[in-house]
Design a protein. Structure first.
Length: 175
């Protein structure tokens, strides 16, 4: 036990510092997201996240949207366990053959008007997996996609900008 404590004390803290926050950009994106959401829907935006076969890198960033720094719940954006209650499908990963039918069913169960956002390089292009015997490739090969958010994985701020681009058509050119 003492050798382990000695090693910990000798090594010190090895984590990297947090990234510098662009607070002005975050505040601007949050304000636009809030105003566009209420203008378009007149209520809270409900998102159904579908993992179509990702490595979970994008999921970690999506979960970060719920932390106190980004706090999407304060804007009225909620995540739903059912596509029947959702306005938007947030799809991550290349679509595995085993998830193709489930993704189509989730899309069909989502009431109109529905939005689909493909997240990450795998969701946008198929990533390193592409199309194969086990993968359908990008999300657009299976269901129609409104907005893509590239990145491996995209940052929470990029995710917020992508959601904004989906609900505010005039900002789609930025994606």
């Amino acid at each position: 036990m003492f050798p382990l404590i000695r090693q910990i004390l000798r090594t010190g803290i090895v984590t990297e510092p947090p990234p510098a926050a662009d607070d002005a950009m975050l505040v601007a994106v949050r304000q636009r997201l809030d105003s566009e959401m209420h203008r378009l829907l007149g209520r809270a935006l409900v998102i159904r996240h579908v993992d179509a076969g990702s490595c979970n890198g994008c999921e970690l960033e999506i979960h970060a949207l719920g932390n106190p720094y980004y706090n999407l719940e304060a804007l009225g954006i909620k995540f739903s366990a059912s596509p029947r209650h959702a306005d938007m499908l947030l799809v991550t990963g290349p679509v595995a053959k085993n998830m193709e039918t489930a993704l189509k069913r989730a899309y069909e169960a989502t009431p109109a008007p529905k939005l689909v956002v493909a997240v990450g390089d795998c969701g946008c292009t198929g990533g390193p997996f592409g199309e194969s015997y086990a993968s359908c490739g990008r999300v657009a090969n299976v269901i129609p996609v409104d907005v893509t958010i590239p990145g491996c994985p995209p940052t929470p701020l990029q995710l917020m900008q992508g959601i904004l681009a989906a609900i505010a058509p005039d900002t789609r050119e930025a994606q």
